[in-house]
Design a protein around this ligand. Structure first.
Ligand code: NDP
Length: 603
């Protein structure tokens, strides 16, 4: 990286021209309907979210029993919460999970090439507890799913779990001081405490493209990959696509991973692109047995904290993970160091960060030129926006896929697909006839919590969570909301967002286990956030939004900026603690150490 501490450096690009180009590209994509452009996967689209991994016809007797804690969601969040609760001595618990097994996002997302973008040694939870070290630096989906199951076994979570069960309502019973949990299996079970980890990206969405329901070929969403049609498995070998014309809509992190496999097997692949992703080097490698032997107790937590510090703009002497994520942030660290030594103002620092960002994205764009032979295709694959406007991607085979004669990038110039017909996909008036249409169009983010969770929560005085959060989330530290006692949220609910999401889930699990075990040990009937504590935290969140409104407004639309409307709805980034995850985790730790559970009331 060039030293940006001096202005005389020849940057090799014109910042003003890039700024203007970014604006033009953003403007092409801004649309009045924002989040409303997407369709809910219900009604006539409900078949898009069936569970292809279980045998049909499952049934069981409804449950009306009571447990101390119900955990909703059997992904990493729910598994971690249950594990930390068990460690804290809370034994009477049950996980309710929509899928047929544990795994959450890794249960659903089994598309070919599915792989974790974050280093496996820090992403897979509870490695030391399970005495396991992943096989590669970046694990593929089957290994992550198997690890989820191993956590379930280790903490004895299968025994009382309810799989293939969807919660339909949570209702607080003010007389009994219990939550009543209704499900689609006819259950009316009770729990003293409820902990929800529904997943930030659990509800697939479809683009509201004219004619989407009229396509007569085969179609599915990437999160429910139809191997019965494509053949093969998560390693590829999609033999069912031989002789088939396949179209894929979307070029986000999911498409980047499955396109190389589609390219290998389909007779013809059309990749319909609205906005290109930034694709940095993957650099996967097998785990070094010598390194494993040398690991000392506490290594995983140390490594997680080291990564988290670096990707949060902090400074440490070592970079243990040393990959694309820490490299991206490395630029920014250099700037933060220069800020200290040169007494830069926030504006001066902001300007330098913008330059570092331009520089990194220039590198990403020149990588496209290196890897893609056709210059027009290469140009269309170059992302023109700041790196954290969209999720950065890492892959070594995606870009070269476009050199294959059977692969065509259909760039829609930011407008998106024009129409879907019975036979195919229309862009610029041209109909691309296909046999199979794959929707790599992502998941709901900016919609209401209840809509994404799939159930309503009815608290004290029959207040619903939808009413309470009609104008946005209101929580204390992201966990509890006034009026809803003994009810705990996990995930991206006003906490400290980090690139390594399971790290946040682990910190939240430890915190929730601390609160709930306090309740069970002290015979607390109701534990609730006070209105004052909640108001104060919401103010803090508002004042410290991670990225300035200005940054988000200048971004190309995506789920990070609420599809171009950062001031509205539940934008992912804007709703998080702006001090960053390191400071957030410290707030939680200090709060626990202080010991008086300030901000909560008990009865
Ligand atoms: P995304 O939301 O990231 O991508 C959806 C894609 O669909 C975008 O390219 C979007 O374009 C495109 N799209 C939407 N509507 C239209 C339309 N009308 N016409 C054409 N294109 C359209 O979903 P993904 O499933 O790719 O990823 C979701 C998230 O899952 C990631 O951001 C990441 O957080 C996570 N993930 C993580 C992985 C990991 O390694 N840990 C791997 C895969 C996913 P546009 O950009 O213009 O909106």
């Amino acid at each position: 990286m060039a030293d940006l501490t001096t202005q005389e450096v020849d940057l090799g690009f014109d910042p003003d021209a890039l700024r203007a180009k970014y604006r033009t590209e953003r403007d092409k994509r801004l649309r009045d309907d924002g989040n409303e452009q997407y369709l809910q996967v219900t009604g006539k689209f409900a078949h898009f979210v069936g569970d292809p991994y279980v045998e049909p016809g499952f049934s069981r007797e409804p449950l009306t029993d009571e447990v101390d804690v119900v955990v909703i969601g059997g992904g990493f969040g729910g598994l971690l919460a249950a594990a930390r609760l068990r460690e804290a001595g809370v034994t009477d618990l049950r996980i309710i999970e929509k899928g047929g097994d544990f795994g959450g996002t890794w249960y659903w997302n089994r598309y070919p090439g599915a792989q974790c973008d974050i280093e496996s040694y820090i992403y897979l939870p509870l490695l030391e507890e399970l005495d396991y070290v992943p096989q590669e630096k970046y694990s593929f989906a089957p290994e992550i799913l198997a690890h989820s199951r191993a956590i379930g076994e280790k903490y004895d979570l299968y025994a009382n779990a309810c799989f293939q069960t969807e919660v339909t309502e949570l209702r607080w019973d003010e007389e009994a001081l219990r939550w009543e949990i209704s499900t689609n299996r006819g259950d009316r079970m009770k729990a003293r405490y409820v902990c929800m980890s529904n997943g930030p990206l659990n509800r697939p969405k479809l683009p509201g493209i004219e004619g989407i329901e009229s396509f007569e070929g085969h179609t599915f969403h990437t999160s429910r990959w139809d191997y019965a049609y494509t053949g093969g498995d998560s390693n590829g070998n999609l033999t069912g696509l031989e002789g088939k014309r396949v179209g894929i809509i979307g070029t986000g992190a999911t498409a980047v991973q499955c396109v190389p496999h589609l390219a290998e097997s389909a007779e013809q692949l059309y990749v319909f692109q609205r906005t290109p992703s930034s694709i940095d080097v993957r650099g996967n490698k097998p785990t070094d047995p010598g390194w494993v032997k040398a690991l000392e107790s506490g290594w995983q937590e140390h490594r997680m904290r080291n990564f988290n510090t670096l990707v949060s703009g902090g400074v440490t002497d070592e970079d243990l993970v040393n990959d694309g994520w820490t490299d991206i942030i490395g630029n920014l660290i250099a700037i933060s160091r220069s800020r200290k030594s040169e007494n830069l103002t926030m504006e001066e620092m902001g300007a330098r960060m913008e330059l570092a960002d331009f520089q990194k994205m220039e590198q990403i764009r020149s990588r496209v030129d290196e890897l893609v032979e056709d210059s027009a295709t290469a140009e269309a694959l170059k992302p023109y926006y700041r790196q954290f406007c969209k999720r950065p991607c890492f892959h070594d085979d995606y870009l070269p896929s476009f050199n294959r004669p059977n692969v065509k990038l259909v760039d829609t110039q930011g407008r998106g697909v024009e129409r879907i017909t019975e036979k195919g996909v229309v862009v610029d008036g041209h109909e691309y006839e296909i046999d199979c249409l794959i929707l790599a169009t992502g998941f709901e983010v900016g919609t209401s919590y209840n809509r994404r969770a799939g159930y309503e929560i009815i608290g004290r005085k029959r207040q619903t969570l939808s009413e309470k959060w009609a104008n946005g989330m209101r929580t204390f530290h992201g966990f509890q909301t006034n009026g809803f006692p003994n009810c705990y949220f996990m995930g991206v609910t006003q906490g400290g967002f980090t690139a390594n999401f399971p790290h946040l889930l682990n910190e939240q699990s430890v915190h929730i286990a601390y609160m709930i075990s306090h309740g069970t040990n002290n015979n607390v009937h109701c534990m609730e956030a006070t209105k004052e504590a909640e108001d104060e935290w919401v103010d803090t969140i508002k004042q410290m939004a991670i990225f300035s409104k200005n940054f988000l407004e200048n971004c190309t639309p995506g789920y990070y900026n609420n599809e171009g409307k950062p001031g509205q709805g539940n934008s992912l980034i804007g709703g998080q603690y702006g001090g960053g995850p390191v400071a957030f985790f410290k707030i939680l730790q200090d709060w626990r150490e202080e010991g008086s559970l300030q901000g909560l009331t008990f009865s």
